[in-house]
Design a protein around this ligand. Structure first.
Ligand code: HEC
Length: 105
């Protein structure tokens, strides 16, 4: 019983370890692809993009806010703003998009 418990704890620790490292290794290039596919109809997601909806913040302006943090943004994306359609973003995808927006600073 003891040994079994210890192994379970180890597995949980490993699972957490992987979760953390994949969050750190967020892929901004993948995030850029996702942003162009899912966000560009309303947001200006990259320099040089001409059209988007009025009164929707561009991703550059989001990135330049003084309180910007990729972690907070990734959380925001997992629980979308009511005015935004619901996106089926995985945790990894939200992290990638947040990393991309962070790279625009
Ligand atoms: C259907 C249009 C639409 C799409 C598509 C859309 N958004 Fe938005 N988004 C909005 C609007 C409108 C606002 C402004 C809401 C407000 O300020 O009340 C907004 C606000 C935001 C904000 C700023 C929130 C804040 O703190 O002010 C972020 C960040 C954001 N969107 C990210 C995204 C990302 C990432 C995607 C793609 C996965 C996306 N949006 C797709 C309409 C959209």
């Amino acid at each position: 019983m003891r040994a079994y418990m210890r192994r379970t704890c180890l597995l949980i620790a490993i699972a957490f370890g992987f979760g953390t490292s994949s969050a750190l290794a967020a892929d901004a290039d993948h995030g850029a692809d996702l942003a162009k596919r899912w966000c560009a109809s309303c947001h200006v997601v990259a320099n040089g993009q001409a059209t988007a909806s009025a009164d929707v913040p561009s991703f550059v302006s989001v990135a330049r806010r003084p309180d910007f943090s990729p972690e907070r943004l990734a959380f925001f994306l997992l629980d979308p703003h009511p005015k935004m359609p619901n996106f089926p973003l995985s945790r990894t995808e939200a992290g990638d998009i947040a990393a991309y927006i962070g790279s625009l600073r």
